[in-house]
Design a protein around this ligand. Structure first.
Ligand code: ARG
Length: 579
């Protein structure tokens, strides 16, 4: 795809000798804007900054530049307005290039080789075993999966890690509770709910009998030392939990390359403690070992407890070192709630203090909280919304709506799953990730407005146009688009051109979303494409008698539909052919 900012920057520099030595092509390209009002052109170059070096009023500079580049065939028109050079790209040249590239790329459109195959780790989801997989986990799971897909599209070699919370004193509690009040059948039937009941009961009982806490600590210590009985139970809890998590991952179409969770690092802890000691970073405080980060404004980090057992943060330090040595990552991305900001700031700082120059390649990508209308979620008080229930309910509701609307598709269940799950994921990825939000059923299942179903419906509409046109007509449109032989004047109208411009920007948008770790940039862009497509569909008759006109319009439909589908794919959402 032509990079118009780059090309115009080159041209401006070439035609304005007085700028040479003052500005580089990159400076100019970076200064070029896409005006929000299209009356100001497709691109605009502001000249304020040049006034000083050229000792001239900005409008005069803009006038000179405009005059110098106006004749280039790249433009339809170049205007000076105040301090701006407003450039209107030649529509036919633009459309020809855009359709050629996007249609030829097809499923690959939007993918690039920005990453050059460099290894990037994306860690996401990472629930705690024997705890419910609730609506809050959708955040890390959905955002992380989208970041993985975007980085994959950017040409990085992505490793997906689920850093399971499968270690720590809570498993001591769980084992004690199971032994005292549990039974095997219940756990097998409904592992997470049952284990959670035991855990809750433990806390109730521990209020009355404080000895239980000590018993739990001792039990965890035995687990850490690899005592077979404790190990056996713990393994079983882990397996049963994983089975339940996997059901949800399957529904969401999510996979991982590694489930190396916290327990995986239990034997890698002594080395971390050793290195901390060597660098003289450990201090003893009330029997515990800590790293003092006060001078960095990061408080104190607790590394081992007074009984010698290690902590969450110690395991993160060990994990980062292991990952660097094992994967030699270019970036190690953690999609974890903003509540853990301090935790991440602390351990990344410690890794840096240990002398690892890659410490800052570990990136914490935080996100805001989900709450329920009734208030915050609380596992202990039983105020949770299970993610599986949400997905199932969304599918069921979608099916009802489809049956009401008499949607014609061979497979109602399959489409309802695509749309229902798509709706849940899409709303998750619609807002800036850092924003808190309140989970509301109405909003998830709202099928109008800027939602997943709306975008999916738009794709299905494009697919339906192509079906009506017939295979031969579609093939012809593709061939002529790729060979640059379309009659482009038929798609130079306002709504067609607006749509084409949005499609053209898609590859850039993907890279921007990746660099900012912000999938919502892709989400919002495909909403815009869907809106522009529907306007075009409404304003123009696509399947007209005029063969050339029909072919040119079909090429745009193919290109826009494919872009929507590719964009949805990067968010982990499927695009149904009919709905
Ligand atoms: N299991 C943790 C939790 O549920 C999240 C783990 C985040 N990842 C990490 N490397 N610390 O809160």
């Amino acid at each position: 795809m032509i990079d118009y900012k780059q090309k115009t920057a080159e041209l401006i520099l070439e035609k304005s000798p007085s700028l040479a030595g003052e500005l580089s092509v990159t400076d100019i390209a970076q200064a070029i804007e896409v005006p929000s009002d299209k009356k100001m052109g497709d691109y605009a170059f502001p000249c304020f900054r040049l006034a000083k070096v050229l000792r001239k009023a900005p409008p005069l500079i803009a006038q000179d530049i405009a005059a110098a580049i106006a004749d280039d065939p790249m433009f339809e028109k170049v205007e000076q307005v105040n301090a701006y050079v407003n450039m209107f790209i030649s529509k036919t040249a633009f459309l020809e290039e855009m359709l050629k590239v996007s249609v030829a790329a097809g499923e690959e459109f939007g993918r690039s080789n920005t990453g050059g195959g460099k290894p990037v780790i994306v860690e996401y989801s990472s629930p705690n075993i024997a705890k419910p997989f609730h609506i809050g986990h959708l955040r890390s799971t959905g955002i992380g999966n989208a970041i993985y897909r975007i980085y994959d599209a950017m040409g990085y070699d992505v490793i997906r890690i689920n850093h399971l919370g499968d270690y720590g004193t809570q498993f001591g509690k769980m084992i004690v509770a199971y032994r005292k009040w549990g039974n095997e059948e219940d756990v097998r039937r409904s592992p997470i709910k049952t284990l959670l009941d035991y855990y809750t009961k433990f806390h109730v009982e521990a209020e009355k009998d404080p000895d239980l806490e000590q018993e739990a600590r001792d039990t965890f210590a035995r687990l850490e030392h690899g005592e077979p009985e404790e190990l056996e139970l713990w393994k079983w809890f882990r397996e049963e939990s994983l089975k339940e998590f996997t059901e949800v991952y399957d529904m969401l179409g999510i996979e991982f390359d590694s489930y190396a969770g916290e327990s995986f690092y239990s034997d890698k802890m002594p080395r971390v403690l050793e290195e901390l000691k060597e660098k003289d970073l450990l201090k003893v405080s009330q029997g515990a070992q800590v790293v003092d980060l006060e001078d960095k404004g990061l408080g104190t980090a607790l590394i081992t407890k007074s009984d010698g057992s290690t902590l969450y943060i110690t395991r993160d330090i060990a994990a980062a070192i292991y990952r660097k040595e094992h994967y030699d990552f270019y970036k190690n991305i953690y999609v974890v709630a903003s509540q853990q900001d301090l935790h991440f700031a602390q351990w990344i700082e410690i890794v840096e203090m240990l002398g690892y120059d890659w410490a800052r390649d570990c990136v914490h990508v935080p996100f805001g909280m989900v709450s329920l209308e009734e208030g915050t979620m609380s596992t202990r008080e039983g105020r949770v919304v299970f993610l599986k229930d949400v997905l199932e309910k969304a599918i069921e509701k979608t099916k009802e709506i489809m049956l009401e609307k008499n949607v014609t598709t061979d497979n109602v269940d399959e489409t309802a799953a695509m749309v229902g799950i798509g709706a849940v994921l899409f709303q998750e990825l619609s807002n800036n990730r850092i924003k808190d939000y309140v989970f509301k059923w109405d909003r998830v299942l709202n099928f109008d407005g800027e939602t997943g179903p709306y975008v999916q419906y738009t794709y299905a509409r494009s697919a339906s146009v192509l079906r009506k046109a017939g295979e031969e007509a579609v093939k012809k449109a593709k061939d002529l688009a790729v060979s640059g032989c379309l009659e482009l004047s038929y798609i130079s109208g306002e709504s067609a051109y607006d749509l084409a411009k949005l499609v053209h920007r898609f590859p850039e948008v993907v890279i921007e979303a990746g660099e900012k770790y912000e999938p919502s940039i892709v989400t919002r862009h495909i909403v815009s494409i869907a809106q522009a497509f529907n306007k075009f569909y409404h304003d123009e008759q696509i399947l007209t008698e005029n063969e050339d006109e029909k072919t040119a319009k079909l090429a745009l439909v193919i290109s826009a539909g494919q872009t929507i589908k590719n964009g949805l794919g990067m968010l982990g959402i499927k695009a149904p052919e009919r709905m």
